[in-house]
Design a protein around this ligand. Structure first.
Ligand code: PZK
Length: 314
């Protein structure tokens, strides 16, 4: 993945200090009114309209993508509250400033669990590559004969390390997660990751969308001890969005080939078509997208939101 353009500076948000730029999101800390210093208790997560494809952040933005994904993530948090609490404090004014309304969330600052928690319901991507080499993924043995896009016998937990931007996350075994965070917490995040993916697919099923896999992040909230006095495990980051999960159109799912992407298929097809003049293996940055590809892609994000939530976007 190409790192964010170091020349591009994040927008200034009055009353917030910028703390981190992700590939397609920005992180800010609210400045405490009395001390004039960034606070330690909360963070503002801002989703941008940036989009990535083939490990590049594209020059073209997708209008409303940040809002659609933020609203979808908030809706999923609500669908999951019986499974796990989340880090959301507020998604509205005055906690969220006008400049980023609809695409930002003020969240509790947590001690993040230093593992990328990935659940897979279908086999593809790096999971498929690992399976072809060793018949297992992250130490989970799988049956012979699985193909690209196969439904797994049951969802599996395939955690990775959290690599810095530009580097690639490395697969971890469950035992390695246990050695990193302790076995009780490893078991908890494994079970939660699977439960979130299963619930997501139960809801998406019949709405035309398959959730092939998902990446979730958990944090510990010391301010909210559980019954045993341990800090509560809380769902953080975004959840079950097209940026954190592979969304596949159910209608065209067919194991044995690369699946269509629900959201990015127009982008991929155009970038790899002669029309773009771009060669994926050239190492050169992809060209800007034509307006009709931008508009078609925007429509897919909105379609996914409306189809899953039953709400009208905007
Ligand atoms: C946290 N990220 C990733 C998200 C970015 C980067 N509740 C939390 N407490 C402490 N840290 C984080 C969170 C959350 N969520 C999340 N990095 C740290 C990230 C959004 C934008 F630039």
């Amino acid at each position: 993945m190409s790192p964010p353009d170091p020349g591009a500076s994040p927008p200034v948000l009055k009353g917030y200090a910028h703390v981190y730029s992700g590939k397609v999101r920005e992180l800010y800390a609210p400045i405490d009114a009395s001390s004039g210093q960034p606070g330690q208790d909360s963070l503002l997560l801002v989703a941008t309209d940036r989009i990535s494809a083939y490990d590049f952040i594209l020059d073209s933005e997708i209008p409303d993508k940040g809002k659609v994904l933020t609203q979808l993530s908030l809706w999923w948090f609500d669908q999951l509250t019986d499974i796990i609490g989340n880090h959301v404090i507020s998604a509205a004014a005055p906690e969220v400033p006008e400049a980023v309304a609809g695409r930002a969330v003020l969240v509790r600052r947590l001690d993040m669990v230093p593992v990328e928690c990935i659940g897979r319901a279908y086999l593809t991507g790096s999971g498929l590559a690992e399976y072809r080499q060793r018949s297992s993924v992250c130490g989970v043995r799988l049956p012979a004969g699985l193909k690209d896009g196969s439904l797994l016998p049951s969802p599996i937990f395939t955690p990775t390390t959290k690599a810095p931007i530009g580097a690639h996350d490395q697969p971890m075994t469950y035992a390695e997660v246990g050695a990193t965070v302790g076995l009780p917490l490893a078991a908890r995040v494994r079970d939660l990751t699977i439960a979130i993916l299963v619930r997501g697919n139960e809801i998406a099923a019949g709405r035309g969308i398959l959730l092939a896999d998902t990446k979730v992040e958990f944090g510990l909230d010391a301010a909210r001890p559980d019954a045993e006095g341990n800090p509560a495990v809380v769902l953080a980051d975004e959840v079950l969005t097209p940026d954190s999960s592979r969304f596949w159109p159910a209608a065209t799912w067919a194991p044995g080939r690369a699946q269509d992407s629900y959201d990015k298929q127009f982008v991929r097809d155009w970038l790899t078509s002669p029309a773009s003049g771009w060669d994926r293996s050239s190492g050169r940055v992809p060209p800007a997208l034509p307006d009709d590809i931008v508009e078609a892609t925007r429509s897919k994000y909105i379609e996914a939101f409306e189809c899953l939530t039953g709400r009208t976007f905007g």
